[in-house]
Design a protein. Structure first.
Length: 540
């Protein structure tokens, strides 16, 4: 399959060095600081023809053709499961294609490992973090390329080089800090700094903005613009159509492992969505307002010094309550404390008028709470287990009699869940790690829906999810509230908060600073509250 047309006239570029990337530095040579060696503007850097990749029961790529030129941002767009991540993993040397060919600088190339891809000037930021939590930020940024002096790692120079790389992505953190102590957003920025520290002619970014704030997104897109204008070729996967228009040159749309076509980044939203899902989406946020019923959840004076203070709110049957605020405001921490996953020093949490012990997940589940966590891979799934085992995890007591698990009951539960949530999987016996990000998120939600919670806590429920799957998740939320349940949701996507939530609680510096109804809430109103300076000696 070929592209619909040649690169559009919008493909940008500026004169850039034409020399190939230099060899890796000798042990005592200066560590790479992120200098980019790129091809001449407009030159073809990368091309794939007829690429195919199969997994057990799944055709992930079916004859994909695609090319990338120096000085352009070529966007890959498609629903979760369309084949985007599989394609870039083939380009990054993680997967080996079963069919087709990859060309670098016009020459057919074999990329058996990630090291081979990097040697050909291809650097990749994967959707899944590729960091070593126990190592420092600097050690992660320069992993395998640490500067040495007399055969010993020069930590002072390593930290200095890492500090410069971190500055390029606007991350202000001590390079000696362990990566494990950073939140998801900061870990993502470390990944980006790590990739930029490689001398690369092709930079692949798989959902790099998913965990970033608006300011961090602006910084990253600005950096991508600089790289593009220097002649670097960038492959950019994003579900945010506004980002695509700001930075993209061309867009190739994938659906069901095939290329639907390549169009200019200026193509209308309706046309792009239609190419992605094969249908138009009537409304971006299909919220069905329902009558508000009895109080289901009450949180009073919840406090953990240094993290959040005096948090009080309620959630009623039939409503979606949003927790809005900037990264670091304490939203996720409050959600996890309410669920019992993290401790709090004072305050009470009651469900249907009954309190339960703090820092006790089992008690929270028994009371009627469920949590879809921010990091679904690390906290919400057993990646090495099947769809059946994941969906039935919370419902296991219902399937157990006299210590014997009724596996047929669990399988039937999984089959119903897969059908109801439209989860794309070859079977309920398939391992969850082999599903796309969107389908993994549906498995997490399905696990809790099967447990029938009174209130479902959602932390970034549509992060890394395409526009079609987002609508499906919103429809699941509608079903929950229509059946008399409540939803407490954290989201960093302000349009999502405004479109889905009936009430919005705004946090700043660990405190609740305001509440807005759906009718009162605007982007300006929420952001004005979110940047409130809070006077407190306990919350930092």
């Amino acid at each position: 399959m070929t592209d619909d047309g040649p690169p559009t006239s919008a493909t940008p570029g500026a004169p850039a060095p034409g020399a190939p990337a230099p060899d890796a530095p000798a042990p005592d040579a200066p560590a790479p600081g992120g200098a980019i060696a790129a091809g001449p503007p407009g030159a073809e850097l990368l091309r794939v023809e007829g690429l195919g990749k199969r997994f057990p029961g799944v055709v992930a790529l079916d004859g994909i053709s695609f090319d990338l030129h120096a000085g352009e941002v070529h966007v890959l767009l498609g629903e979760n499961g369309a084949g985007k991540s599989t394609l870039i993993k083939c380009l990054a040397g993680v997967y080996q294609p079963d069919a087709g060919a990859i060309y670098v600088d016009g020459e057919r190339t074999h990329l058996p490992t990630t090291a081979a891809a990097e040697a050909h000037g291809i650097a990749t930021i994967h959707q899944e973090f590729n960091l070593v939590p126990q190592l420092s930020v600097a050690e992660n940024v320069l992993l395998g390329r640490q500067p040495r002096r007399l055969g010993v790692i020069d930590k002072r120079r390593m930290n200095a080089v890492a500090r410069k790389a971190l500055a390029r992505v606007g991350l202000k953190v001590d390079p000696r800090t362990p990566v494990a102590s950073l939140g998801v957003a900061r870990q993502q920025l470390v990944e980006i700094a790590k990739a930029l520290s490689l001398e690369a002619r092709v930079l692949i970014l798989d959902e790099p903005t998913a965990a970033l704030t608006d300011d961090e997104v602006d910084r990253l897109l600005g950096l991508m613009t600089e790289l593009r204008d220097a002649g670097v070729g960038l492959i950019f996967i994003s579900h945010h159509l506004d980002e695509i228009r700001r930075i993209g040159s061309r867009v190739t749309v994938l659906r069901d492992g095939r290329s639907v076509g390549t169009v200019p980044a200026t193509t209308s939203t309706d046309d792009l969505v239609r190419m992605m899902v094969g249908r138009s989406i009537e409304a971006q946020f299909p919220r069905e307002r329902t009558s508000v019923g009895d109080e289901l959840l009450r949180v009073e004076h919840l406090t953990r010094p240094g993290t959040f203070e005096d948090i009080t709110f309620t959630v009623r049957a039939g409503e979606v309550v949003g927790l809005a605020g900037l990264v670091g405001a304490g939203r996720t921490e409050v959600l996890r404390a309410v669920f019992g996953a993290d401790p709090y020093s004072s305050g009470t949490v009651t469900v249907r008028g009954k309190p339960f012990p703090r820092h006790n997940v089992h008690a929270a589940i028994g009371a009627g709470l469920g949590l879809v966590p921010e990091d679904r891979k690390a906290q919400g799934l057993m990646l090495g287990a099947s769809v059946t085992e994941n969906v039935g995890l919370v419902s296991l007591p219902k399937a157990t009699r006299a210590g014997v698990v009724n596996r047929g009951w669990l399988r039937d539960l999984a089959v119903r869940t897969v059908k109801d949530l439209s989860i794309r999987t070859p079977s309920v016996a398939a391992l969850v790690r082999n599903l796309s990000g969107g389908n993994q998120q549906k498995v997490v939600m399905g696990k809790w829906l099967a447990a029938d919670p009174a209130v479902l806590l959602l932390d970034e429920p549509t992060r890394g999810v395409d526009v079609g799957a987002k609508v499906e998740i919103y429809q699941l939320i509608n079903k929950l509230t229509a059946s008399g349940r409540g939803v407490l949701m954290v989201s960093s996507e302000l349009p999502e908060v405004l479109g889905i939530c009936d009430r919005i609680l705004v946090m700043a510096q660990g405190r609740l600073v305001g509440e807005l109804t759906h009718e009162e809430a605007t982007q300006d109103a929420v952001m004005s509250l979110a940047v409130t300076e809070v006077e407190s000696t306990r919350v930092h």
